[in-house]
Design a protein around this ligand. Structure first.
Ligand code: BTN
Length: 249
């Protein structure tokens, strides 16, 4: 993919800007990167706190020619790219379905994928936030969040993280476009302690399911063997690991 980069010192949200650029006809590979976001957005309407130079705030415009059923795989590919970027730097991450990247249960990166109908067809925006430092964020964040600086005890230039992430994303995006879903599913599974045998609670828009994870469907949905013995397939929602002392409902 040919990347071109639009840089901002400060912007509301790189995803919002990328959506706007896509609606104005931006080509696949346009990346919007900002040093700071004033209204960074997370999943489920949450805020992504984005102080200046405290993280990588990046959104990529994609125009994939793949079966729409497979679009969730793009988010999994982005999580793999983040995982491999962090691993290269010496951090030991984990992936929580669908796309939170954690270190020791603390979040270091999040991904927000959005779509826009444009005159050129469907555009997908993959927005990625990676924490470089959490000290400049609010104190309540440090309980649930971590950063590259906290994990490594040293800083890393944002340009280095950006370059590695784009290289990794290009590789895994190519894998989705050129081969079937299984490569991404297999690679995601290999990097996630949540893929199999994890006791979790999943909150979807209409139910709460408690059970044990049982791998991914070809479209990236999470299979859960629920406590009543049935199999649930979750396409969207938040999952939470059950502590060892926590009983199933
Ligand atoms: C989440 O974990 O809830 C997703 C967080 C996604 C944050 C990134 S930062 C760059 C891009 N721009 C945004 O407004 N959000 C994403």
């Amino acid at each position: 993919m040919n990347f071109s980069v639009l840089r901002f010192d400060s912007i509301e949200s790189t995803n919002t800007e990328a959506l706007k650029q896509a609606r104005h006809g931006a080509n696949e590979g346009l990346c919007v990167i900002a040093r700071r976001q004033t209204a960074g957005r997370g999943r489920q309407g949450r805020t992504w706190i984005s102080p200046p130079d405290a993280g990588l705030y990046l959104s990529i415009v994609l125009r994939p020619r793949i079966d729409p059923k497979r679009l969730p795989l793009l988010t999994l590919a982005a999580a793999i790219a983040v995982y491999d970027t962090l691993t290269t730097l010496g951090v030991k991450p984990d992936i929580k379905w669908p796309n939170d990247v954690l270190v020791n249960d603390r979040k270091i990166s999040g991904i927000l994928t959005e779509t826009a109908e444009t005159e050129q067809g469907l555009a997908i925006i993959v927005g990625i936030g990676i924490n470089l430092s959490v000290e400049s964020g609010p104190p309540e964040l440090s309980a649930s969040a971590t950063s590259i600086e906290s994990e490594l005890g040293r800083s890393v230039p944002l340009s280095e993280i950006e370059q590695s992430l784009l290289e990794q994303f290009d590789k895994w995006y190519g894998t989705i476009c050129e081969s079937g879903p299984w490569n991404i599913i297999v690679e995601w599974t290999a990097r996630s302690s949540y893929a199999h045998g994890k006791r979790i609670r999943a909150a979807t828009s209409n139910a709460t399911i408690t059970g044990v994870t049982d791998g991914l469907e070809p479209d990236g949905a999470l299979r859960i063997l629920s406590t009543d013995g049935g199999l649930s397939v979750v396409h969207a929602g938040d999952i939470e690991r059950l502590r060892t002392d926590e009983q199933f409902d």
